[in-house]
Design a protein around this ligand. Structure first.
Ligand code: DCP
Ligand code: MG
Ligand code: MN
Length: 348
């Protein structure tokens, strides 16, 4: 604040600035271009108010400040007259809360949540009833039906119990399969948001795990372990596929639905896949960054050299580069010159 002669600690208009800052923060948390624009105009307005040397007393005075438009001037008057803004109460209780609930539905992100809100939906029931003409996908409907279960984390013991049921069923299809549990479980966490399982198979005898996933999923449905599908790969028989669904401990009253992911990878990329899907996400970001500093590129398929990226958009790769390592985590750590870290150490 620049008008220090008037008041030592804060601006004369500090209460107004605080409320406008709250509004700015609300829009900052939202997705539309309109919101981004408002964040920009609130910033401008806040800056102008900080430089304004006297307490604002009328709407005309507010309006006269450069950077304060008609609507903001009206808000400023409301703050002066009532010491508050109805709009802030309205947005925090209604808009933010409803979209937070919606984003707890499997498969719903910020943009869908706000579309539903804009269509007039406020509760999960509104979504189910298709209020305002909104439509949810079959996976989202499952996400609503088992909302509480899915948003609950399971104890590590339960993840182990379910994995211990699944592994023999997989090995019964092919005893040479490599079946490993990754994610938070492998990091040793006490509770898990889901169960992440990798499947692959050594190719020494000329065979692969091709066709295993679709058979396994079928068997797990029959055994009552997998209960609902959320995302089934187009070709489950591919060497590389991701399945997402719900599972439970079968034949136990009250056992909850739990999220489960299956991932199949070619035998040679098992190390890179293990590294990626063990996480955590922050550790992954750090090790990818390290690779990139060395001029390499790391992803769930391997560590690559000589990858050329589009200068206009660094996310776009113009070639695949040369594979340096992908079979074991150890090789990848070694080439990157990162000291070996046990899974439980790979946390933010
Ligand atoms: N992963 C990632 N970046 C993402 C999503 C996932 O790097 N945006 C990687 C790191 C994660 C792993 O995949 O550890 C598994 O993803 P999960 O979402 O299952 O996360 P976790 O298993 O780590 O945690 P949770 O217990 O919540 O499932
Ligand atoms: Mg997980
Ligand atoms: Mn997962």
């Amino acid at each position: 604040c620049d008008n220090k002669e008037i008041q030592r600690d804060t601006c004369v208009n500090q209460d107004i600035i605080d409320k406008l800052q709250e509004l700015k923060d609300l829009h900052q948390a939202k997705p539309t271009d309109d919101d981004h624009w408002r964040v920009f105009s609130y910033s401008k307005c806040i800056r102008a108010l900080k430089n304004h040397p006297k307490r604002i007393e009328s709407i005309a005075e507010a309006r006269a400040i450069r950077g304060v438009g008609e609507k903001t001037a009206a808000k400023i008057m409301e703050i002066i007259e009532t010491g508050n803004l109805r709009r802030i109460g309205y947005e925090t209780t209604d808009d933010i809360k409803a979209t937070r609930v919606f984003q707890g539905i499997y498969g719903v992100g910020q943009s869908t949540a706000y579309q539903w809100y804009a269509a007039g939906c406020r509760t999960l029931e509104d979504i189910v009833n298709g209020k305002g003409g909104v439509k949810s996908t079959p996976a989202q409907e499952i996400g609503i039906r088992f909302y509480d279960d899915i948003n609950d984390r399971m104890p590590r013991e339960e993840a182990k119990e379910i994995f211990d049921l699944i592994k023999p069923i997989a090995l019964n299809i092919d005893p040479k399969l490599f079946v490993e549990i990754m994610g938070s479980y492998r990091r040793g966490k006490k509770d898990c948001g889901d169960i992440d399982i990798m499947i692959t198979r050594p190719t020494g005898d000329g065979r692969t795990h091709e066709g295993v996933l679709s058979r396994l999923l079928q068997n797990l449905h029959t055994a009552g372990i997998i209960t609902e599908d959320l995302a089934v790969p187009e070709d489950s028989d591919d060497l590389e596929a991701i399945y997402r669904g719900l599972c439970r401990v079968p034949h136990r009253d009250g056992s909850k639905r739990r999220r489960i992911d299956f991932l199949t990878v070619p035998w040679r990329s098992r190390g890179a896949a293990l590294l990626y899907y063990t996480g955590d996400d922050i550790f992954n970001r750090a090790i990818r960054m390290k690779a990139s500093v060395l001029g390499y590129s790391l992803n769930q398929k391997g560590l690559f050299a000589g990858v050329v990226r589009d200068p206009r958009d660094r996310r776009v790769k113009l070639n695949t580069g040369t594979l340096l390592a992908s079979e074991t985590e150890e090789e990848i750590f070694k080439i990157l010159n990162v000291p070996w870290q046990e899974p439980h150490e790979r946390v933010r």
